[in-house]
Design a protein around this ligand. Sequence first.
Ligand SMILES: NC(=O)c1ccc[n+]([C@@H]2O[C@H](COP(=O)([O-])OP(=O)(O)OC[C@H]3O[C@@H](n4cnc5c(N)ncnc54)[C@H](OP(=O)(O)O)[C@@H]3O)[C@@H](O)[C@H]2O)c1
Length: 337
Amino acid sequence: MASRLSLSPITDLPLSRKAFTTRSRALPLCPLLPLNSPYLRYSIKREVSQRSRPNAVSEQVVESVTSDSNQDSQSADSPPSSSKLVLVVGGTGGVGQLVVASLLNRNIKSRLLLRNPEKATALFGEQDEEKLQVMQADTRNPQDLDPSIFEDVTHVICCTGTTAFPSRRWDGDNTPERVDWEGVRNLVSALPASLKRIVLVSSVGVTKFNEIPWSIMNLFGVLKYKKMGEDFVRNSGLPFTIIRPGRLTDGPYTSYDLNTLLQATAGERRAVVIGQGDKLVGEVSRLVVAEACVQALDIDFTEGQTYEINSVKGEGPGSDPQKWEELFRAAQKPVPL
Ligand SMILES: NC(=O)c1ccc[n+]([C@@H]2O[C@H](COP(=O)([O-])OP(=O)(O)OC[C@H]3O[C@@H](n4cnc5c(N)ncnc54)[C@H](OP(=O)(O)O)[C@@H]3O)[C@@H](O)[C@H]2O)c1
């Protein structure tokens, strides 16, 4: 059953009191490390600016909610929370960047798994290694997924993907079959059994890839391979949540810095619709998808569940955990007879 809740704007990302800048774009350690290392790791030092931002209202949101993720954000000026280390896979992508920005602002430690680690500094500026670590891996290559990558990781958010139709993003055989199926399978196979949650970003329509109009989108197999990736997650025995977005809007913010990402808006489409059973059809802001992934980490009953998500005109839940919990819960309610 689909649920809808129209509340505060999604633009209320929980900004910390500090803004990040990208004044220094140096990559101090990358060139010193072996380029073929599967777990290239470097720190991104954070620079702090006291610049005020237009959406400072989000600080009120941060102070008014009580979930674990919010406890993390309340301590944004202190060392990162030790309770979570979130591995973000696909953190340079449209949704992935917003996931990383959201984690940084909640003061949740994250580790990025990137094909090209140099993109991290360009996108997120210099960050403290205590808050953001970067490792190199291509999910198509199981040998890249060294156990050291997953050391101390408590949660995973996987937002990898490629285009549904042939494009330059397929260069080097980076096709839906290789990324959405083989890449997800390789990643999940490498994850430790101690993991508390993996959130996989998939797509609406994956259960209907043989039906018009989904079969058109699936001409090169994207929906079929995403479903195979989903099923592998489901059968892995790991605690999972699958988020299936409708057509993505806003972004991707592929060349912006963190400040820009945090100021990105979902326009008028801030109200969130969550459903189950692959019945939703529509669009969703990447901001909404990223927030749903981060929120799901802390909502126990989302474990083992698959949700479709859209956003529509109206006010939304912003970053309020209670409102997100209501949205997810309503989607799971049995349809009354
Ligand atoms: N576009 C839509 O309308 C739509 C609708 C429903 C669902 N989705 C799905 O939603 C998710 C997020 O979409 P998006 O548009 O935000 O994503 P995106 O901008 O296309 O980003 C994809 C991410 O995956 C990474 N990636 C690709 N191949 C990889 C590989 N072999 N190894 C490691 N990382 C790899 C990319 O890294 P690089 O920087 O290295 O390329 C990038 O960070 C995707 O799964 C997408 O398929 C999209």
